[in-house]
Design a binder for this molecule. Structure first.
Ligand code: SAM
Length: 337
């Protein structure tokens, strides 16, 4: 077996700490900002032949752990569409070195699966929730989702005793601004952590426009006017969300400001798509096929990833809008956020 490579730093001195692994690229929603129905066919991603198997995913995660990864997030597509997901989680949790394993889901299938996921060892759940208003929710899911199903999923996750549940809301000008205060009130009431995310220019099929971005500063001011907030210190270097606490003790809320306040300098995150391609930036144009190295085993894959990471210089969010910044980006539903 090849020697384990040292923990690599990229060209900007950033270590590799977090891995986002997409377990499937199919989704049962067609959110217009991510996977618009008129651009992505109904049967997209349902061909299982190209997906990494559970054996391959376990080997892959072991390789990344050798390089310094401690936190793992499973995503998609919609990860709860992947069959036997608890079995995969139990295998990944058992890998020495993995300290935290989380899941990002649209929540529509969570009610039936929350307990099994918890029993398998999943530690944290993030549920995407862009609106509480049923009609708006339906529209924002591309006419596919029912907010009641998602709320039932969130309640089941709470019952299953996951830690604080994070709720991801992508704020879009003219689309769900009216839902901000109701969402914050809901999160406060139930002890969830709302994370308000600026609409990002990921992918190429969502017709992104800067006019639809609501800067975090503006969102913060709206919340602060209703429930005064104070900033919290980051819990660790590279924390993506800027956290604020409600002064009245109503919990906390986070702001993810990739557009208005890029955080590339601290990005220590790698993403692997369901077909085994490594993306070293959420906005990368292309991925690197890891499958050949994966076939050669854990050590060979670790060496391949170390070589790729060492050559990484990505800082797209800092370059956005400047001459030379790439306009071609991987689709969000392939790398999972
Ligand atoms: N299906 C799962 C879900 O809905 O959470 C996981 C995959 S989804 C791609 C992961 C996250 O990316 C979601 O919270 C979604 O809202 C977010 N997302 C997708 N497109 C986005 C965009 N253009 N800007 C900001 N966030 C986006």
């Amino acid at each position: 077996m090849p020697q384990s490579p040292a923990m690599p730093l990229d060209l900007r001195g950033r270590p590799l700490r977090d891995l986002r692994l997409s377990v499937i690229d199919a989704c049962n929603f067609r959110c217009p900002y991510c996977m618009p129905a008129d651009r992505v066919p109904e049967d997209h991603g349902l061909d299982s032949a190209s997906r990494l198997s559970f054996d391959e995913m376990e080997t892959l995660v072991r390789s990344f752990v050798r390089l310094g990864v401690r936190k793992l997030r499973l995503t998609g597509g919609e990860p709860l569409l992947r069959k036997r997901l608890p079995e995969l989680i139990a295998r990944l949790v058992a890998i020495p070195g993995i300290e935290d394993i989380a899941l990002t889901t649209n929540g529509s299938l969570l009610a039936a699966q929350a307990r099994a996921l918890r029993e398998a060892g999943l530690t944290r759940v993030t549920v995407s929730l862009d609106a509480l208003d049923p009609e708006r929710f339906r529209a924002l899911s591309g006419g596919r989702g029912r907010v009641d199903d998602v709320l039932a999923g969130i309640a089941a996750a709470k019952d299953a005793e996951f830690g604080p549940i994070k709720l991801n809301c992508v704020v879009q000008r003219g689309a769900n601004e009216d839902d901000l205060l109701p969402l914050a009130a809901f999160a406060r009431e139930h002890g969830h952590v709302l994370r308000l995310i600026e609409y990002m220019d990921v992918g190429t099929c969502n017709g992104w426009s800067a006019r639809r971005v609501v800067p975090s500063r503006e969102i913060l001011e709206r919340l602060h006017a209703r429930w005064p907030l104070r900033p919290l210190q980051p819990q660790y270097r590279g924390e993506v969300a800027a956290r604020h606490a409600y002064v009245d003790g109503g919990g906390e809320v986070g702001f993810v400001s990739s557009v208005s306040a890029p955080f590339c300098g601290d990005c220590h995150r790698a993403r692997v798509s369901a077909d085994g391609r490594l993306y070293t930036c959420l906005f990368a144009a292309d991925g690197h096929d890891l499958r050949p190295a994966l076939q050669a085993g854990e050590g060979a894959l670790a060496e391949r990833v170390a070589a790729l990471w060492t050559g990484r210089g990505d800082r797209y969010s800092e370059l956005r809008g400047r001459a030379g910044a790439s306009k071609r980006h991987v689709e969000m539903y392939l790398v999972g956020g």
